[in-house]
Ligand binder design. Structure first.
Ligand SMILES: [Zn+2]
Length: 210
């Protein structure tokens, strides 16, 4: 089981990096593993992870083996604490979602208008958290406050954090978020017809994210 999870993190890291979802040593992934967690190491590139060097943490988030964990661990931990059922957290600096996190006129409670059913079904409402320095523990209370109601958030001027009931589903949601953010940016100067309240309610009734 742990071996499979390690290989899956390496697989998705390589895939996300190859498809330009995150660049350089940005982005990090964590998964629940037994009563602890696995995370990508600090300063590692998602494209070149090694299964045996992933950081292993115990139930109290103490580092037990592997390389030192990502410095952005506080935001991962806060999401697991605020949303106990999740199995994985994926944080990227993907271009279009990060662009949205920098917009002065974005709605901080709902950064991505419901322009496609897939956004409503797979991602839901995405708030933008106030800016905090990367790696700072200041992000933790902000994430914990939003985690019960939101599967994904944008860190202000930084990038998306997406959760899932499995690593695969967290990655798929991160991809959906990025693709929708791209549509939002592409159509920003155009008159867009969003889904109406009735259409959104029907989707929420059929595809609950809770
Ligand atoms: Zn980051």
């Amino acid at each position: 089981m742990e071996r499979e999870l390690r290989e899956r993190i390496v697989f998705w890291g390589r895939s996300l990096f190859a498809r330009n979802y995150t660049a350089g040593s940005s982005g990090n992934i964590s998964v629940r593993c037994g009563d602890g967690f696995l995370s990508t190491p600090t300063n590692s590139c998602l494209g070149f992870l090694e299964a045996d060097k992933l950081s292993k943490l115990d139930a109290d988030w103490k580092h037990v083996s592997g390389d030192q964990p990502t410095k952005e661990l506080p935001l991962h931990r806060a999401f697991y604490e605020g949303r106990p059922k999740i199995q994985a957290v994926v944080h990227l600096h993907s271009t279009f979602a990060t662009a949205l996190s920098c917009l002065a006129d974005a709605d901080p409670n709902d950064a991505i208008p419901p322009i496609t059913p897939y956004m409503v079904m797979r991602v839901g409402k995405v708030p933008i958290l106030p800016y905090t320095m990367p790696g700072s523990a200041d992000v933790a209370p902000l994430v914990r406050a939003k985690a019960p109601e939101h599967a994904a958030v944008l860190l202000g001027n930084h990038g998306p954090v997406v959760t899932g009931l499995s690593l695969d589903s967290a990655v798929f949601t991160a991809e959906e978020l990025e693709e929708t953010a791209k549509l939002v940016i592409l159509t920003r100067a155009l008159p867009v017809r969003p889904l109406d309240a009735e259409q959104i309610a029907a989707l929420n009734a059929k595809f609950s994210l809770k």
